[in-house]
Design a protein around this ligand. Structure first.
Ligand code: CAA
Length: 282
């Protein structure tokens, strides 16, 4: 009943329902967490298909991210899946029907990148499989925390195809050519410990503590000035795309720009006054 609604949203921009503070979707669950309900927790919710990324799920995820980005009360986003799978990749059943013409005409996968336009920080909490598009989705996030059972991989080669949502690009930038090439050409996954060693994930937690620990990080980030957090995120992401010289210039200009904000004044004055800052997002 709800899947057509998701597709309808895509076609007509129709809004979803809210019940209390929870927006109703079908393929994802969106909840507000934290003492001030200022953290968005998005849970991918196709457990029977290991959260494979079908079209309707992507439409819902993009819709949720875009509406959260506009919500001034939300300071950070946590994206997670089930304990067995963060996401096992693009939905192979759905994808199997497509032709080259279909992919080209509908610009298949291209809109997944919208997640990288979200200005609020997004932290992936990855338990279980993060394969193909699932690994790529995690890499679109700003920080990856992993459960001890996490498995990251780009198995597209086994399906006679190649990564399509950043596996051949973001993975190289994240872990370097040799590891990325091995993962893409062998299709073999790496475990959480290996992912931590190569810097793909920043911390590992027991499976049942992962979301809780990720929410703690989100809460910490949400306590800072959202304006400055967005500027800091933009500066780090610029390192992906710019030369060192251009990146340094971009960073410096952003740093100077913080001196035009009330929150920079408040942050430094609070330090000098030996008190907690009261940021106003201005
Ligand atoms: N698409 C659609 N359905 C999927 C799926 C996927 N990517 N991954 C798993 N499923 C489904 C299975 O078909 C199965 O459904 P049924 O019960 O209806 O048969 C269900 O999820 C459970 O899967 P398994 O029985 O296979 O579970 P398992 O524990 O034995 O194996 C697994 C888990 C190793 C993750 C295995 O499911 C698997 O290899 N999945 C495919 C992973 C993959 O190749 N991902 C890349 C997709 S291509 C891509 O993502 C392109 C891109 O860059 C965007």
């Amino acid at each position: 009943m709800l899947i057509p609604r998701a597709l309808q949203l895509f076609k007509s921009n129709k809004s979803y329902y809210f019940i209390g503070s929870i927006m109703q979707y079908h393929d994802i669950i969106y909840e507000k967490k934290g003492p001030n309900s200022n953290i968005a927790l998005i849970t991918l919710n196709r457990p029977k298909a290991l959260n494979s990324l079908c079209d309707s799920l992507i439409v819902e995820l993009m819709d949720a991210c875009k509406s959260i980005d506009k919500d001034p009360n939300i300071g950070a986003i946590v994206l997670t899946g089930s304990t067995k799978a963060f996401a096992a990749g693009a939905d192979i059943k759905e994808m199997n029907q497509k032709s080259f013409t279909d992919c080209t005409k509908e610009r298949f996968i291209e809109r997944w990148d919208i997640i990288t336009d979200i200005r609020k920080p997004i932290i992936a909490a990855v338990n279980g499989f993060a394969l193909g598009g699932g690994c790529e989705l995690a890499m679109m996030c700003d920080i990856i925390y992993a459960g001890e059972n996490a498995k990251f991989g780009q198995p597209e080669i086994k399906l006679g195809t190649t990564p399509g949502a950043g596996g051949s690009q973001r993975l190289v930038r994240s872990v370097g050519k040799s590891v990325a090439m091995e993962m893409v050409l062998s299709g073999e996954p790496i475990n959480a410990q290996q992912a931590k060693e190569i810097g793909l994930v920043s911390k590992i937690f027991p499976v049942d503590k992962l979301v809780e620990e990720t929410l703690k990080l989100a809460q910490k980030i949400a306590g800072f000035s959202p304006l400055i957090v967005a500027m800091a995120k933009e500066a780090v992401n610029a390192a992906y795309e710019l030369s060192l010289k251009e990146g340094m210039r971009f960073e410096r200009k952003g740093f100077y720009a913080t001196f035009a904000t009330s929150d920079r004044k408040e942050g430094m004055q609070a330090f000098l006054d030996k008190r907690e800052p009261r940021f106003t997002n201005s």
